[in-house]
Design a protein around this ligand. Structure first.
Ligand SMILES: NC(=O)c1ccc[n+]([C@@H]2O[C@H](COP(=O)([O-])OP(=O)(O)OC[C@H]3O[C@@H](n4cnc5c(N)ncnc54)[C@H](O)[C@@H]3O)[C@@H](O)[C@H]2O)c1
Length: 312
């Protein structure tokens, strides 16, 4: 039997590169697409057939010919960057997403899995938050809502049966590189390893549901073979949350430093809390199994070995 071919948009980013590693290890052929706006080429695992191209361009259709499944992960996804440039946010996250859906439809791709976000729950006051409680506030979340509306129209009129994944705060090796505000674990680890004071935006009391990238990949792989994921939306989180200060203290303890952070005014568009209701994913037999401490140890090790000497 010939091995399945999987295409990943955003393959040079955090989730895409980790997913590519996992799919290659499982024997899939992987086609990777990224314009390197935020990801880096060095992060794309060898073995991926890499195409440096934009998801808004006409090449996608050709690249998707003969592909069995598409993971659409490419996006502009730093909330602060999206607040600064709503127009580009819409261009990449809405137009780029529609172009990806359209290319998948025209190429006859059998399975489409795409990234939404827990940001869709920014205005929710229900914790843990179920998939039904959509309440976007930021420009980033608005762009994800538009992608969701297009997915529904593709379901209605074109017979696509996409799987929508709402990641909470993914963490692990290869955290996103080129954002004005890097993911907080990476930002804390880099500064603390250098003996510098990291910045906490807000009081440190914001709470986040962190999910380790290997656990997310378990669900990704499951999507490829389980038809029950067709035409459905899933929260992917851990089902528990931690304050930013708790995360800071754990990273500082693992690095062995007592450096105190600098506190700065909170960032616009940031929810005070997120917490995933993961019962829908659990019902399919998935559960996250990497505890925060273990995941942080692996993430810090990655920063220590590959990032700390070169990054800002
Ligand atoms: N990481 C998380 O915790 C998280 C949480 C919620 C949602 N998401 C969503 O999951 C997806 C992946 O997130 P990530 O953390 O890996 O992000 P990332 O920024 O690390 O990766 C995104 C990749 O998309 C690429 N890209 C951006 N615009 C492009 C374009 N026009 N054409 C081609 N490539 C383009 C970037 O260069 C980058 O490599 C995104 O859609 C994001 O919104 C992620």
């Amino acid at each position: 039997m010939s091995r399945k071919t999987i295409a990943i948009t955003g393959v040079a980013g955090f989730i895409g590169s980790n997913l590519a590693d996992r799919l290659l290890a499982e024997g899939y052929r992987v086609i990777g697409i990224d314009n390197l706006a935020y990801g880096v080429r060095e992060q794309v695992p060898s073995g991926v057939e890499f195409h440096e191209t934009d998801i808004r361009g006409p090449e996608l259709r050709r690249l998707f010919e003969g592909v069995d499944a598409v993971f659409h992960l490419a996006a502009k996804n730093c909330i602060a960057d999206c607040q600064d440039d709503p127009l580009e946010t819409s261009d990449i996250n809405v137009t780029g997403t529609v172009n990806t859906f359209e290319a998948a439809r025209r190429a006859g791709v059998g399975k489409l899995i795409y990234a939404e976000s827990s940001a869709l729950y920014e205005g929710s006051s229900q914790f843990p938050t179920p998939e039904s409680d959509v309440a976007p506030e930021s420009f980033y979340a608005a762009s994800k809502l538009a992608g969701m509306a297009f997915a529904q129209a593709y379901r209605r009129f074109c017979g696509l049966r996409p799987t929508a994944l709402r990641y909470f705060c993914g963490f692990g090796p290869r955290p996103a590189y080129r954002r004005s505000i890097p993911p907080l674990m990476r930002a804390f680890a880099i500064k603390l390893l250098r003996g510098e004071r990291p910045t906490i935006y807000g009081t440190g009391e914001k709470r986040r549901d962190f999910v380790y990238v290997d656990d997310v990949n378990d669900f990704h792989v499951r999507c490829l073979d389980d038809a029950r994921t067709d035409d459905r939306t899933f929260n992917l989180g851990s089902g528990s949350n931690h304050s930013v200060r708790e995360i800071y203290d754990e990273i500082a303890a693992q690095i062995g430093t007592s450096i105190e952070p600098i506190y700065a005014p909170d960032l616009a568009g940031e929810a005070q809390q997120n917490l995933a209701d993961i019962s829908a994913a659990r019902e399919l037999g998935w559960s996250p199994h990497t505890d925060l401490r273990t995941g942080l140890r692996r993430s810090i090790e990655f920063v220590r070995r590959f990032v700390s000497p070169i990054a800002n």
